[in-house]
Every structure is written in C-alpha cells, then in structure tokens.
Ligand binder design. Structure first.
Ligand SMILES: *[C@@H]1O[C@H](CO)[C@@H](O)[C@H](O)[C@H]1NC(C)=O
Ligand SMILES: *[C@@H]1O[C@H](CO)[C@@H](O)[C@H](O)[C@H]1NC(C)=O
Ligand SMILES: *[C@@H]1O[C@H](CO)[C@@H](O)[C@H](O)[C@H]1NC(C)=O
Ligand SMILES: *[C@@H]1O[C@H](CO)[C@@H](O)[C@H](O)[C@H]1NC(C)=O
Ligand SMILES: *[C@@H]1O[C@H](CO)[C@@H](O)[C@H](O)[C@H]1NC(C)=O
Ligand SMILES: [Zn+2]
Length: 505
C-alpha cells in the first residue's frame, strides 16, 4: 500500500512538473517536487537502490558526519596528489573504517606490485647471493646467483650486496633502493613533470624489481606476502594481471610459464588452507602491448593451452603497458580472434581507455574491447566520452575497474573530484574499485583507493550503500563460477554484518 501511495504521489507530482514546465504555475516550485527529484536522482547512483538496515543507516550517518569534518579542513586529500595526501588520509577516521570494512575482491592488480617495496628491500635483498649492478641512468638491477654472474650490457659489474652493505651506510643504501622501486616521493610535481616522465620511471621500477621477484623462491614468498597484505586489508579474493615471465634458480636454470601458474595455484591453496575466510586468487595472463602481432599470437596460443591445463587459477588474457604509446587492440585483431575461431573460451580482461586523449587509436580500444567480448574494462578512464561504448558496457554488465590513485599518479587527472568515474558512479554504471600497482604508488591493498573513490570521486553523495554495492560488485563482476560467487557473497555478508555491528554507534 505504502509503495502504491508513493508511486501515486510521484505520478501526481510529475504531472504537476510537466504542467509547470508548460507554464501552468508561477512562483516558487513545489518543494515536495524538488525533494522528489533529488531523491530520484540519488537513487540512480551506485548504491542508490541499496536498502540499509537501521544499524547500517546509523553507520552511514556517522560516515556523513566524518565527511563533513573532512571537507571542513583546509587541505582536502582527494584534491591533492596522493603522495602529499597519504599521511593525511592515514590519519582520517574514514580511512580507518575503510581498512576494517570487508571490501570483497581486488580485481585489477598487477602481480609484481602487490607487496610494499619495504619488504622487497628489507627482506628479499638481505637474502644470501643477492647481486646488484648500476646502470648509467642511476638505476639498479638485481640478480640472485650462486657464483659471480657475468656482466650485463648497460650495467656495471655485479657486486655482492652483502659486501656493498658492509662498506656503506645501510640506512642510506636501503632508502636509495626503496626509491628505485617506487614512484613515491615528497615532491611529485617536480619529479614527474609530464606523463612521459612518470611512465618512464614507472616502467623502470618494474625492471628494477624483476631480478628480485623472478627468483623462483622469492616468487612464491612474494605472492604469499602479497596475499597476506591484501588479506590484512580485508580483501578476500584477488584477480591478478601477471606476465608469467620466466623465473630462475641460483644456478641460472629457468622455469616456464606453466611453472609460475602452478606456483600461484599452490601458494593460493596453501594460503586458503591457513585462512579459510580467504578465497584465493586467479591470474589474468598479460603480455606487453609493445609486442608485435606474431608475438601476441604466440602468447594467445599459450594462453589457450594454460587455460585448459589450469582452469582453476587461470582467468584469462590481457595486454598491458601504456596505451598511448603501445599498440591498439585492433592491431592484434587476428591473434585475439584465434580463440573464437577455434571454439575455445579465453576470457579477456582488457585495459582500455586509460588515456585523456580523444580521437586517437587508443580511444577505439574501448569499442574494440567490447567487440572482443571483454569481461571487464581496465580503467575505462575515457568511457564517459564514448556514449555507445558506455551503453554497451552497461547493458552487457561489463564492469569498469576504476583505479583512482593510479590515474592520478600517472597524470590523467589531478583533483580526484574531477575523475570521470564520478559520472559513472552517479549513474550507477557497473564498476569496481581497485589499486592497479599499489606498491609502486605507495598504497596498501584497496583501502587508499577506496578512500579516494568514496570521499573524492563519490563526494558527499556517496554513502554506506555505495560502499556496500562496490564491495558486492567486486564479487558479482569477478571471474568466479556462479557457485563460488554464492559462497563468496555468503562469506562476505557475514563479515559485513560483523563490521556493521562493531562500528555502528
Ligand atoms: C646513516 O645515515 C643516516 C642519515 O642518512 C644517519 O642518521 C645514521 O646515523 C647513519 N648510520 C651510520 C651507522 O653511520
Ligand atoms: C637507485 O639506487 C642507487 C644505488 O644506491 C642510487 O645511487 C640511485 O640514486 C637510486 N636511484 C633513485 C632514482 O633513487
Ligand atoms: C623474510 O620473509 C620470509 C617469508 O617470506 C620469512 O620467513 C623470513 O623470516 C623473512 N626474513 C626477514 C629477515 O625478515
Ligand atoms: C615480431 O618480432 C619478431 C622479433 O622480435 C620478428 O621475428 C617477427 O618477424 C616480428 N613479426 C612481425 C609481424 O613484425
Ligand atoms: C563475442 O560474442 C558474440 C556473441 O556471443 C559472438 O558472436 C562473437 O563471436 C564473439 N566475438 C569474439 C571475438 O569472441
Ligand atoms: Zn593496470
């Protein structure tokens, strides 16, 4: 009855509105009509239709209050560069709540940036047989080796790190190594004046880390440590983009991609045995979009084999690297059509529209990703400017993976209130929040990105229902089977109810 009555009032008010537009009534518009319009608009946003319990509504009101305090302060973190805002964010009571909140799944994270770089330096580089060399560009490379390794082109002779440490101030050395592995700095505007400069340092950090993380024993420990860090941040499942590059042993022997995939599977299973409220991880095999068409063809063929051999852990395929300078999806059309031609299922999870240019090949990546039946869209930063791609993504339930800090650090947007996902969020477009390369950006798990999405992108409109829908979306739009999604949702709901009862006042 109540619902019918409400509908009735709405219909009446809407007809009043139409009459007024036709010039039928003068003076101040009907405030009931105004309320109704505000309410209807708010109901369209992400979480706008989520029904909150009384306890949830109390927590939502608390969050609202905390947001008002946050915007009343002279420095508003989402308007600042994350490197300058991080300390402020970490002191924010909203951030503490977001850390405790069960966030569901992290669906857009790159495998070699999951673990805080401190751990790489303080733990991994202290292991025996770790060698270092110095490049002309004041960067470094690492290698584990039983014997003195052969000098590589463009790098100094290898030095045993242990020997170097005994001769140097260890604190200074370790700090400089940390600097080599992350973009984080106190003065980002000076350090990275352009997209080119930030991308070049960004890709360099992966070159620095590769000698460490591709050492076979470290590879497994690193992944375990990564799962631990996300689990501690109240994330229950991950989908990782991974290159599955060769890993190596101390004697220089190497392992292939199947070894890496098997290692991911074994470590994830071990972790789940130890933490039964964690659901594990799946891998999106990703190669660099700088490769040429024949190389990507080989990669797609391998992806199909791996998918068949490791259906539990292998989720699908993606192309990574900077879109503006890499090759567009359409260039790879023959390789990407192989699975459908052969009647094989290889789900795609394309990065697309990670750009602020218009009318370039890169922009077509969004439509092409959809043409190739992508399961989700990585970033989709340009989606709001592509009405057709946006419609298709919405109708087909192809969620956009929004990574706010990544977009800001890589200089697509400076004030996160202006992030284009604000439009998508206000329309309730299918989206999830993720952290892309948290270690490289100095973030942890998902909480920093949730803070930016909730306080900056969502603004005052975002409420507890928004957070709830974002968390549920991360399970709904994951690559898990329907049975595992049900299991994940049940588990998540239990954690959520506990979070609400412990934090609502
Ligand atoms: C190393 O350098 C730091 C300053 O960077 C200094 O505080 C510390 O005392 C030095 N340690 C040693 C053992 O000299
Ligand atoms: C990288 O580490 C080396 C060796 O400690 C150091 O000389 C160099 O300044 C570091 N580079 C950066 C960008 O921090
Ligand atoms: C490094 O991490 C491993 C686990 O990955 C742990 O067993 C070991 O104790 C750590 N070592 C140090 C020096 O922290
Ligand atoms: C791709 O690159 C490889 C070498 O890296 C080369 O042998 C091959 O001919 C190239 N293919 C095309 C289509 O350019
Ligand atoms: C995409 O899906 C449509 C409809 O299921 C199918 O007809 C088409 O072949 C698929 N395209 C590719 C490239 O997989
Ligand atoms: Zn990415």
């Amino acid at each position: 009855m109540a619902v019918l009555f409400l509908l009735d009032v709405q219909v009446t008010l809407l007809s009043v509105l139409l009459l007024c537009w036709a010039g039928g009534c003068a003076g101040i518009p009907d405030p009931r009509l105004r309320d109704l319009l505000i309410q209807q608009e708010a109901s369209r946003q992400t979480g706008g239709a989520v029904l909150l319990t009384d306890t949830e509504q109390r927590l939502s009101a608390q969050l609202h209050e905390l947001k008002l305090q946050e915007i009343a302060r002279p420095e508003f973190p989402p308007a600042m560069h994350f490197f300058k805002a991080r300390a402020l964010i970490q002191r924010s009571p909203i951030f503490s709540l977001l850390q405790k909140m069960p966030k569901g799944a992290a669906l857009h994270v790159h495998s070699s940036s999951m673990v805080g770089v401190d751990w790489l330096v303080k733990n991994v580089t202290y292991r025996p047989h770790c060698y270092i060399c110095f490049t002309a560009a004041r960067s470094v490379r690492f290698l584990f080796s039983a014997q003195q390794p052969r000098t590589q082109p463009h790098c100094s002779p290898w030095l045993l790190l242990e020997t170097l440490r005994s001769k140097m101030n260890t604190t200074d050395l370790d700090n400089s190594l940390i600097q080599n592995l992350t973009l984080f700095t106190g003065d980002p505007e000076t350090a990275y004046p352009s997209q080119d400069s930030v991308w070049s340092k960004f890709e360099e950090t992966f070159n620095v880390a590769s000698g460490l993380v591709s050492h076979a024993p470290v590879f497994k420990d690193y992944f375990y440590q990564g799962l631990q860090q996300f689990y501690t941040d109240n994330v229950m499942y991950l989908e990782l983009r991974a290159a599955l590059s060769q890993t190596y042993e101390l004697d220089g022997s190497t392992h292939d991609r199947a070894w890496s995939l098997k290692a991911y599977q074994d470590v994830a299973r071990k972790f789940v045995t130890e933490q039964p409220d964690f659901l594990g991880a799946r891998i999106i095999f990703s190669v660099h979009r700088g490769l040429n068409s024949s190389e990507v063809r080989v990669a797609v063929e391998e992806a199909m084999r791996l998918q068949k051999e490791f259906p539990e852990v292998m989720a699908g395929f993606d192309l990574v690297g900077r879109e503006d300078s890499g090759r567009p999806l359409w260039y790879f059309r023959e390789a990407l059509s192989l699975p459908s031609e052969r009647g094989v299922t290889l789900p795609y999870f394309f990065h697309a529209g990670e750009t602020d240019w218009e009318d370039t090949d890169v922009n077509e990546n969004l439509l092409d990703a959809l043409l190739f039946n992508t399961t989700r869209i990585g970033h989709g930063f340009a989606l709001a400017r592509h009405p057709l791609a946006k419609d298709l993504s919405r109708k087909r339930g192809v969620a956009v993976e929004v990574c706010p800090i990544s977009n800001q650090v890589l200089k697509l947007v400076s004030d996160l209130r202006n992030h284009p996902a604000a439009v998508l969020m206000s329309e309730g477009h299918p989206l999830v929040v993720s952290s892309d390369d948290p270690a490289t950006f100095g973030a942890t798990g998902l909480s920093h990105d949730f803070y930016e999405a909730f306080v900056g992108i969502g603004g005052m409109n975002a409420h507890l229902g928004t957070l709830k829908e974002l968390a549920i979306n991360s399970i709904r739009y994951s690559s898990l089977s329907p049975q595992l999604k049900d299991k994940a949702l049940t588990l998540w709901q239990r954690k959520w109810d506990k979070f609400i009862s412990e934090n609502s006042q």
